[in-house]
Write a protein that binds this ligand. Structure first.
Ligand code: ADP
Ligand code: GLC
Length: 496
């Protein structure tokens, strides 16, 4: 089976969040299962500064974006482990910029940039010697790919027979644009209707993907259910419920080579289940040094690593610190970047509790690993969470997550209580209500549990031994591909 993956970010090339981790690791896992995988990414400016063996190919071709023609320059990269073939689509006008999508404001021409990328990826695929069986795209940035495959490229011999799969990593980002951007897509205006590409007067790229893809997946079974109703569907719940038969939830795997305390190059001392205390202590010393503290704090370290977005419950975290920092029960460490108002509020709270609250604003891969190794408790009080990867990384590093019961967090974290301790399933602390008091109660439970050394040790050993590698998830994707290939393609409705 030949699989084309199209994504707007992937590790190690470009990353703003978990999508990059998934798109970076899934191809290699599929290769191991015998699927020949090709990954196509944008050649952002930043991909060239990382020392990766990226080479320019001779391949260049024009791509129509509205009335303009933009040239796609194709790069390739061979990585040491066999993750299949990788292509990067270059175009200076679209991708030679400071950030991936624009920050804090999105770039005004993101519609044009990702229309270009989606079409270029398909036209690149069409120029390959053999046709692809599956075209698998991710999130709104590539949401138009299924529509292109069905409406504009279906007579191309190398693309026409393919089936399309769209994975939804987050319903809150839909790629909604001014209706005139329809002109940039090259699609007939007749598709701009409420059953296909239009949503409240705007062009909605994720909706187009949901309507035109042959199969839909999202990143956990619970999130697959949540998005078929309000508020999880973010307005598209009806469209998703209409496709319930074609929608599956598959929990993400993690890259167990990149996130492994036994081999991690980002941490000062490697460790496993047997020497986790020493490993964590050494990480704490390194973290303290990095933050400019003379010595590490001996109190439980409660950490957060993630995007500073409403989704992540950053408001609850601020409340939590204000409620608990004065108690002296724990040390708090936050690493994140995002909403400028939240960044400022975090800086202020750190200044109010020196020695108890550390805040680092920025995107820092090494620090993310170091914090996972150093921390005792990881906070994920998400308002919603399609899958969440940070809690799975936490498990590997013997860090116990405190999570809200939503989306993939429900499917991956089991609350610690007498029952789950007895049956050996406990793996974290779970709370229900999206309220500061509920988070505080869960954190206090976790901190208290941390005080019982033997029990905590037992919990840590157990979570470290769990298997969240890609193997099982990649197998599920392959099954989905096989089912999709066995079924006829989804018909394009003629909407009056
Ligand atoms: P999401 O995709 O919603 O951001 P996930 O938990 O799936 O959430 O994945 C987040 C990924 O991004 C993790 O690999 C996490 O370590 C990383 N990450 C988020 N913020 C930062 C940051 N400021 N610095 C380093 N890594 C970060
Ligand atoms: C999204 C979600 C996150 C998920 C990630 C990878 O960014 O917010 O929950 O883990 O995608 O699928």
């Amino acid at each position: 089976m030949r699989v084309l993956q199209i994504a707007s970010e992937a590790v190690p090339f470009a990353k703003t969040g978990g999508l990059a981790d998934v798109a970076g690791a899934l191809p290699a896992a599929l290769q191991q299962l015998g699927c020949q995988t090709t990954l196509v990414l944008p050649a952002y400016r930043s991909v060239f500064g990382k020392g990766l063996p990226i080479e320019q190919t001779d391949l260049r071709f024009p791509v129509a974006v509205g009335t303009r023609s933009l040239e796609a320059a194709v790069f390739t990269c061979r990585l040491p482990d066999d993750g299949g073939q990788i292509f990067l689509i270059g175009n200076d006008h679209c991708f030679d910029r400071d950030s991936l999508y624009g920050t804090p404001e999105d770039y005004a021409d993101n519609a044009e940039r990702f229309i270009f990328f989606s079409r270029a990826a398909l036209e690149l695929a069409a120029r390959q010697p053999e046709p692809f069986d599956i075209i698998h795209c991710h999130d709104w940035q590539t949401g138009l790919v299924p529509a292109y495959q069905k409406l504009l490229y279906n007579s191309w011999p190398t693309l026409g027979q393919a089936r399309t799969v769209l994975t939804i990593h987050n319903m809150a980002y839909q790629g909604q644009f001014w209706h005139w951007d329809m002109l940039l897509t090259g699609f007939h205006w007749k598709y701009f209707n409420w059953q296909q590409m239009e949503f409240y007067g705007q062009l909605n790229m994720l909706k187009a993907g949901i309507v035109f893809a042959d199969k839909l997946t999202t990143v956990s079974p619970t999130y697959a259910r949540e998005i078929q109703a309000a508020p999880g569907g973010n307005g598209l719940e009806g469209v998703l419920a209409g496709r319930a038969a074609d929608l599956v939830g598959i929990v993400n795997g993690i890259d167990t080579a990149a996130w492994n305390p036994r081999t991690d190059a980002h941490i000062p001392r490697h460790y496993g289940e047997d020497d986790v205390d020493d490993g964590k202590y050494t990480a704490r010393v390194a973290l303290a040094a990095r933050l400019g503290h003379a010595a590490p704090d001996t109190r439980p370290l409660v950490a957060f690593v993630g995007r500073l977005a409403e989704q992540k419950g950053v408001g609850l975290i601020l409340d939590l610190i204000n409620r608990m920092a004065g108690s002296g029960l724990a040390h708090f460490m936050i690493l994140g970047t995002g909403d400028p108002a939240v960044e400022q509020a975090l800086r202020t709270v750190a200044a109010s509790y020196p020695g108890t609250v550390d805040v680092v604003i920025g995107f820092d891969e090494t620090l993310a690993h170091l914090i996972q190794a150093a921390a005792d408790i990881l906070l994920m009080p998400s308002q919603y969470e399609p899958c969440g990867l940070a809690q799975l990384y936490a498990f590997r590093y013997g860090t116990i997550p405190v999570v809200r019961a939503t989306g993939g967090l429900v499917d991956t974290v089991i609350d610690t209580n007498d029952q789950t301790l007895a049956d050996g399933t406990a793996s974290g602390f779970v709370f229900e209500a999206f309220e500061s008091a509920a988070l505080e109660e869960a954190v206090r439970r976790a901190v208290a549990a941390r005080g019982d050394h033997d029990r905590w040790r037992e919990l840590v050993r157990r979570v470290m031994g769990q298997d969240w590698s890609w193997q099982a998830s990649a197998r599920r994707y392959r099954e989905v591909y096989e089912q999709t290939l066995a079924a006829p393609p989804v018909a394009v409705a003629d909407v009056e």
